[in-house]
Design a protein around this ligand. Structure first.
Ligand SMILES: [Zn+2]
Length: 691
């Protein structure tokens, strides 16, 4: 078959062969944008040929000639995808963005051609039915079950007629979710608030006012001011605007978006949840939440509801206490009104200043970047796991700001390559994340090559970079994901490292966060960058206490959104179309989270995670992971904290195993029992610590 390919135009495309650098680290010195597209095309073609060879194998299906063969297939496509999608996130440019949108439908079709391949599924199903008799080892058994489930959930067991219905639903779903997210983009322009009079902006900084004036000019409102609206119910400017009427206008623009006019998202909400319910029904589930949760740690919607419901009383109690503080402040200032959603952030900020009076720039003086990295992060990982990070300046990097390291185990054995890409720059997407260039696998004889990406503003030329405590915590968080990838010790690539369910994946990262504020760790890294003095106790206490400020509100608005997401996706296929506002109100009241001053973080008409698709019946996952992290951290802290014994226990049962067994099994092996929500409530300052 090799002869009928279109001849590659690019000579010596480095992506077409595996890199000869250590652990197949990409050779960034040789990779150019023109290499991507031909490598993708060849990668998909090669993968399909490999799948065809599996299907066409005249031998009866065996675990090796089917499942293992699928694990081994597609290596070129995997290699080019990993390099390309990392580059799109960290160093985007026009050529990469264009290729990205060109690739999306091609990759979706490629995946369908595998998961809807009836002949291939027949082999998988045969093996699945014999799985107990086959005497597979536990990891192989798990892999087979995962493959089978993925095929079934994609619709492989349906009749031809049902498959046609499913494809039609999928197509409508993809069309409507695209429309939903495009409406959100259009809305963000349409609902921006125009302010005529500069006096109304009292409370904003000079630079914020300048930005608002420039934004207005760009939008054709010369001489006016434009306040843009972010995609959450709450808006950042509400914390500082003194003008109550303007605060209300801004909040209402935000909270009512997508409920009227040409960009009314309500019909999309109604139809999208109905499509999902119908799809779930077709695939044999009671509702979409059942379908989505089937392959997660939570397993069933009732487990999510009971987790959230069990926390409602403590969270509501704390939120009401915060509300009382705010109401008292309003009264002291002579205000004669009940706190409204548009007032909350404004008065909360005043309460915060009264209580903590924290100067962020003073705090940053104690968190110099290199010291945080070496004496904070790397130090902690050495104490817990005995590992060392050695700089590898000889390895090519994709940007001058990126540093390469090699990770060595406690016995001196080399484990992985780690890239640190911490500084903000143009072309890098916002936020922070971990990603892999090469995944771990014994089968493929691959060691991990992992990257951490952040957006820390770099210090001025020749001066040190000082890091906010939030960013320090995020550095620990991302290295937590990084270790999940780098400590992976499994046989099959698709079960390795961070390839776990979405309600588990944030557990290892959130777990490492809490070491940033561990007294022993702080004593090793929090020193004034000029004087070398350790951070004063009083300042540190303020930093730590301020972390939990307003946590009742934060938690409640999150939980309300998570509950709303679960309620929408608990509707059965035959439920009538719902009135969106009424459904929301009833869902919040049903769970006792309907505080008028604390609306959900997202309402249905702009709930991109939930209604937009990616995290439908999955918004709860962040909190689920945090429960595990808080419970695990509290457990180890009580067992002596920063010790090798603790680190090794956690590494062995959680970090090394990836998805090679069910996540709750791993957790119970580590912890001796299932987690409770207590540690999370204590972590967030919503419950007193019992001594
Ligand atoms: Zn994360």
């Amino acid at each position: 078959m090799a002869g009928d390919q279109t001849a590659p135009v690019i000579e010596n495309n480095p992506l077409l062969r595996s890199s000869s650098l250590q652990y197949q680290a990409p050779n960034f010195n040789q990779i150019e944008d023109v290499h991507f597209k031909p490598a993708f095309e060849q990668g998909m073609a090669e993968h399909l040929r490999e799948i065809q060879a599996i299907v066409g194998n005249p031998e009866p299906a065996s675990f090796n000639n089917t499942i293992v063969a699928m694990e081994q297939a597609g290596s070129l496509l995997t290699r080019v995808s990993r390099v390309f999608f990392n580059m799109v996130g960290t160093d985007s440019n026009e050529a990469r963005r264009t290729l990205q949108s060109e690739l999306a439908p091609m990759l979706a079709a490629h995946s369908d051609s595998i998961y809807l391949n009836a002949e291939l599924f027949k082999r998988v199903e045969t093996l699945y039915k014999q799985r107990v008799a086959k005497e597979l080892d536990a990891e192989s058994q798990r892999l087979l079950e995962e493959y089978y489930d993925n095929f079934v959930k994609a619709g492989a067991k349906l009749s031809a007629e049902q498959k046609a219905t499913l494809r039609a639903l999928n197509e409508e779903h993809s069309k409507l979710t695209t429309e939903f997210s495009q409406n959100l983009l259009k809305l963000s322009k349409e609902i921006a608030v125009v302010v005529e009079d500069k006096n109304e902006l009292d409370g904003l900084s000079e630079s914020e006012i300048k930005a608002a004036s420039e934004a207005a000019a760009d939008a054709g409102y010369e001489g006016k001011y434009l306040i843009s609206i972010t995609n959450t119910t709450r808006q950042p400017v509400l914390a500082s605007l003194n003008n109550r009427g303007l605060r209300q206008r801004i909040w209402e623009a935000s909270a009512r978006r997508g409920t009227s006019g040409e960009l009314d998202n309500r019909p999309l909400v109604q139809r999208l949840v109905q499509i999902r319910a119908q799809k779930a029904d077709l695939l044999g589930y009671d509702n979409w939440a059942e379908y989505q949760l089937d392959s997660t740690m939570a397993e069933k919607p009732e487990n999510v509801f009971s987790m959230l419901n069990s926390m409602v009383p403590a969270v509501v109690k704390n939120t009401k206490a915060e509300q009382a503080d705010i109401q008292a402040l309003i009264a002291r200032e002579g205000g004669d009104f009940d706190v409204q959603p548009w007032d909350w952030a404004y008065y909360a900020e005043k309460v915060r200043q009264e209580k903590y009076d924290l100067d962020e720039s003073e705090v940053r003086n104690y968190f110099e970047f290199n010291r945080v990295l070496n004496d904070g992060l790397f130090y902690t990982m050495n104490r817990l796991y005995g590992v060392r990070f050695e700089p590898r300046p000889d390895l090519p990097v994709y940007h001058a700001d990126v540093k390469a390291y090699e990770l060595f185990d406690h016995d001196g054995k080399s484990l992985a390559i780690f890239y640190a890409d911490y500084f903000a720059r143009e072309g890098k997407r916002g936020g922070a994340w971990m990603s892999s260039f090469v995944g771990q696998s014994e089968l493929l004889e691959q060691k991990p090559v992992v990257v951490n990406v952040m957006n820390i503003p770099k210090g001025p030329e020749g001066e040190p970079t000082l890091v906010s405590f939030d960013h320090v915590t995020t550095m620990f968080h991302e290295l937590g994901h990084g270790l999940h990838g780098m400590f992976s010790k499994v046989h099959y690539p698709s079960l390795a490292g961070t390839n776990v369910s979405r309600d588990f994946v944030e557990f290892p990262s959130t777990f490492e966060e809490d070491w940033a504020s561990d007294p022993e760790v702080l004593a090793n890294y929090a020193y004034h960058y000029k004087t070398g003095e350790p951070i004063p106790k009083a300042l540190l206490d303020k930093v730590l206490r301020a972390k939990n400020f307003n946590m009742g509100f934060d938690t409640l608005e999150y939980m309300s959104a998570a509950l709303l997401d679960m309620e929408w996706h608990s509707l059965p296929a035959d439920a009538p179309q719902q009135d969106v506002e009424q459904f929301e109100a009833e869902a919040l009241a049903k769970h006792g989270v309907d505080l008028p001053a604390v609306p959900p973080r997202y309402k249905s008409t702009y709930f991109a995670h939930s209604i937009g698709g990616g995290y439908s019946a999955g918004y709860y996952a962040y909190m689920w992971s945090e429960i595990l992290a808080a419970d695990a951290f509290a457990y180890l802290r009580d067992r002596g904290g920063l010790t090798r014994k603790n680190g090794d226990l956690y590494r062995k049962h959680i970090l090394e195993v990836g998805n090679s067994r069910p996540p709750m099994t791993s957790y119970v092996k580590f912890r001796g029992k299932e987690p409770s929500t207590d540690a999370l409530l204590i972590r967030r300052g919503l419950k007193p610590e019992s001594k």
